[in-house]
Design a protein around this ligand. Structure first.
Ligand code: ZN
Length: 156
């Protein structure tokens, strides 16, 4: 194909050139570079649960879970629908999504996001209780956030 099209063809374009995507908005607390890297990871993801905007949503969900003032323990809750929207009802799912994104990001953006997540993790560890039977009943019990007591977390 010729590198330059005829003027007639190019003249058909109206208005500004349209890029494939609008530029991603910067994620609160993260640099523009890291926000862009996250946007790319989400856009390229073939994982149903890692979709455009999933990281922001996961961060918001994690913060909201840890929001209640006071020292009362907090308990993650199961959700009854496994679609990628409802799944965020379970804060552990939000943490899963963050982990997935952390692993797919290049080292520097990953380290930057990790600092935010680590701060939330520290609060989460303080505000939740360990579940001594997690290995028996919990899927992916190798992950610390899946070894915390849930609502109605009695031994099965
Ligand atoms: Zn649903």
């Amino acid at each position: 194909m010729p590198r330059r099209r005829s003027g007639a063809l190019r003249a058909q374009y109206q208005g500004p050139r349209v890029w494939e995507d609008p530029p991603p908005s910067r994620i609160h607390g993260l640099s523009a570079r890291t926000s862009l890297a996250i946007h790319r990871v989400e856009g390229l993801s073939s994982d149903y649960y890692v979709f455009p905007g999933a990281t922001v949503r996961a961060l918001r969900r994690y913060r909201a879970f840890l929001q209640p003032p006071g020292r009362r323990p907090l308990y993650p809750q199961d959700t009854h629908c496994s679609c990628r929207g409802c799944s965020f009802g379970d804060v552990r799912h939000a943490r899963d999504v963050l982990e997935e994104v952390l692993q797919r990001l290049p080292p520097r953006p990953s380290a930057e996001l990790k600092r935010q997540v680590a701060h939330l993790d520290a609060v989460c560890l303080e505000r939740t209780l360990p579940d001594p039977f997690a290995h028996r009943r919990q899927w992916r019990a190798d992950l610390w956030w899946r070894r915390r007591l849930t609502v109605g977390g009695e031994a099965v």
